[in-house]
Design a protein around this ligand. Structure first.
Ligand SMILES: *Cc1c(COP(=O)(O)O)cnc(C)c1O
Length: 203
């Protein structure tokens, strides 16, 4: 199936309030351009260098999302253009993003990555760390970042009930914080689901 048909069919199958982030890591620019010409504008990358190389040569109306683990010393390369960073799991990283956003005279939208999986290997904040971060004075003092939501990755398993439970936990955490007035927060995005579990995430 062509990228164009594939995209059209996929978009018709998802609700309107769901955004498809086309994960384009390791794919060549020619493939991304095919998706671009088919109307895709949101792309997700997991390495800052690769994303920046693509940003440099591709149309400026693309929204670049960083979905991978971020190294503090590379934030400055994406600070001029990144649309959304999905994978923030420390105040240290957030502070660096704030610094680089300020240097670029902008506010960068960020998602906090919340640990919901039943695995040792996934990055993210646990519920207590999330609570502490959002209420810390150092966080409240930042002026060039905005937390627009949370991201979570479910356990890599065939067990759909387990995945559903984990996404459900994240949804509950999201709704709880959404209802509270918090400095630097304007929660509207829940980033969940990959190729294997996006249908559960949408539900
Ligand atoms: C590759 C990647 C995805 C997407 O995975 P698919 O299973 O290919 O949809 C999501 N999140 C991160 C951090 C990734 O690196």
């Amino acid at each position: 199936m062509s990228i164009q048909n594939n995209l059209a069919q996929f978009k018709a199958s998802i609700p309107e309030n769901v955004t498809l982030v086309a994960v384009s890591k390791t794919k060549p620019v020619a493939d991304l351009m095919e998706a671009y010409h088919a109307g895709q504008r949101v792309f997700g990358e997991n390495k800052i260098q690769e994303m920046t190389d693509k940003w440099n040569v591709m149309p400026r109306d693309i929204q670049w999302h960083m979905i991978g683990h971020v190294q503090t010393n590379k934030v400055r390369f994406m600070a001029p253009y990144v649309k959304l960073i999905h994978s923030i799991d420390s105040l240290k990283l957030l502070t660096e993003i704030n610094k680089q956003a300020k240097a670029n005279n902008r506010v960068i939208d960020c998602l906090l990555q919340v640990y919901i999986a039943n695995e040792e290997t996934k990055f993210g904040l646990n519920e207590l760390e999330l609570e502490n971060l959002l209420h810390s004075e150092d966080f409240k003092a930042l002026n060039n970042i905005q937390i627009v939501g949370f991201m979570g990755m479910a356990t890599f398993t065939e067990d759909k009930e387990q995945i559903k439970k984990e996404f459900g936990i994240l949804k509950t955490i999201f709704e709880t914080y959404k209802a509270k007035p918090l400095k630097n927060c304007n929660l509207s995005i829940l980033s969940m689901g990959m190729s294997g579990d996006y249908k559960i995430a949408i539900d």
